[in-house]
Design a protein around this ligand. Structure first.
Ligand code: SF4
Length: 442
């Protein structure tokens, strides 16, 4: 056993009892605010300066004692080396292994998992693959006009929130990126921007907007397509265009620089992927007249990093199959979740995600029927009867690393608290080393 996977001493010998950490990163929503001043006393976070209420609760929750044992095998407490040996044996003996999750860990750990998948010929599926499939397929078909949030902050004079409510879900989005900041070309800040909300109901964000347009979730495709036709100057039967849609089209075209923010729901209802394509094509058409970009608000953790790492290392962003010894895209039918659902896999590694919340119930049932390894800060064999459960340190709390914001900007994480638990990256490296040694012996 290397020093990396020995249980570490709880108390730091070198860190003072009270200290401040500047520019810590909050992983509680897609804003990934990296300006949090964390005050730590006796290995407890007692203050998270600049964080919103969601962020404060995220940091406060890290003080809770992790009651789960560091490692278990078949539900029994184990030492780490024995659990790693069993995990490596499960993965080495599998003929069709799947790896699922990865959205709540660092880029470094995600890259190590892709190397492991390559070694054992696994199918990788991301924890957000179902909600992100329409977005990815639409982006591959029609492309995305995008920008960094820094560019939006400096240039946008029209900001549209389409079907999202950042005041509730991303409380500092206005302040940091989209509405309030004074930008290089928007020196007036909020006063220099027109804020528009399009949604099926009047939200908290709509209350702060200059314009609110109510459209039902079912008519999003028609509205987007009509707007695109209006922007392109195509003939549209006047009887089919409401005054609201015409007004919205005029506001979009009045922008010097516009930003359209969307959520993960777009493309999941009626119209599916076509709705997402219509959204991206509207932004593309707007660029014939002015400058416009599309950006998601993003979710908590590091799903953007997981998608990017898969893309960088395999060429496929949502799911990839290494069974043939080279990467192939995993479709909905051949995805990790589908294999769990139809019993076409014989072992699973679940990492940095919550299968009880994000896998389908059929997939979860399938997971319970095969040997499995779970590595997570909340790993417990009770939830889905994992054969091996390894509790890991939390990224951005117990160890550093890198995550990717929705606009592709790298954000560093800082280590704040001491823990006895190794990181998920350390566990994966140990499993990789065991598999390498096994290969060399045979
Ligand atoms: S806006 Fe999001 S990332 Fe920023 S402090 Fe609040 S919860 Fe954390």
């Amino acid at each position: 056993m290397s020093a990396a996977t020995e249980a570490k001493p709880t108390e730091s010998r070198s860190r003072p009892e009270r200290r401040d950490v500047e520019d810590a990163t909050c992983l509680a929503c897609g804003c990934l605010c990296d300006d949090i001043r964390v005050v730590i006393e006796n290995n407890h976070i007692i203050e998270a300066g600049s964080a919103c209420l969601i962020g404060q609760s995220f940091f406060a929750s890290q003080n809770q004692q992790n009651e789960h044992p560091i490692a278990t095998i078949d539900g029994e407490v184990s030492d780490i080396p024995a659990a790693l040996d069993r995990a490596a044996a499960i993965l080495a003996n599998a003929r069709r292994p799947v790896i699922w999750g990865l959205t709540h860990t660092t880029i470094e750990a995600q890259a190590a998992v892709v190397a492991l998948a390559d070694r054992i010929g696994a199918v990788i599926g991301l924890g957000n693959e179902e909600e992100s499939r329409a977005k990815h397929q639409a982006a591959q078909r029609v492309g995305v006009v995008s920008a960094t949030l820094g560019e939006v902050k400096n240039r946008s004079d029209v900001v549209v929130f389409w079907g999202v409510d950042p005041v509730v879900t991303h409380p500092r989005h206005f302040e940091r990126y989209s509405v309030d900041p004074r930008g290089r070309f928007v020196p007036e800040g909020r006063a220099g921007r027109t804020v528009i909300v399009v949604d099926s109901r009047r939200t908290a964000t709509a209350e702060l907007a200059d314009h609110f347009f109510e459209i039902s979730g079912d008519s999003q495709f028609e509205t987007l397509w009509t707007l695109r036709a209006l922007v392109a100057g195509s003939y549209v039967d006047p009887a089919r265009v409401t005054s609201d849609v015409r007004h919205l089209g005029e506001l979009l075209q009045s922008a010097r620089y516009g930003a359209l923010f969307h959520g993960s729901d777009l493309g999941r209802g009626r119209g599916g992927q076509a709705t997402f394509e219509a959204f991206l094509l509207l932004v593309r058409s707007l660029n014939d007249r002015t400058r416009f970009v599309a950006l998601p608000l993003g979710g908590p953790g590091n799903a953007s990093g997981a998608e990017a790492v898969l893309g960088w290392q395999s060429g496929y962003t949502l799911g990839v199959d290494f069974a043939q010894g080279f990467p192939r895209p995993a479709t909905r039918e051949s995805s990790a979740q589908a294999r769990l659902e139809n019993d076409s896999c014989d072992a699973a590694l679940i990492m940095a995600d919550d299968p009880t919340r994000r896998l389908s119930s059929t997939g979860l049932d399938g997971l319970r029927r095969i040997p499995s390894v779970i590595i997570s800060p909340i790993a417990t064999s009770a939830d889905h009867r994992a054969t091996v459960a390894l509790n890991s340190a939390a990224p951005g709390i117990h160890h550093g690393g890198t995550v990717l914001r929705v606009d592709g900007v790298m954000i560093p994480l800082r280590s704040l608290l001491e823990t006895t638990r190794p990181s998920d990256r350390e566990y994966i490296d140990e499993i990789n080393q065991r598999l390498q040694a096994e290969t060399e012996r045979s």
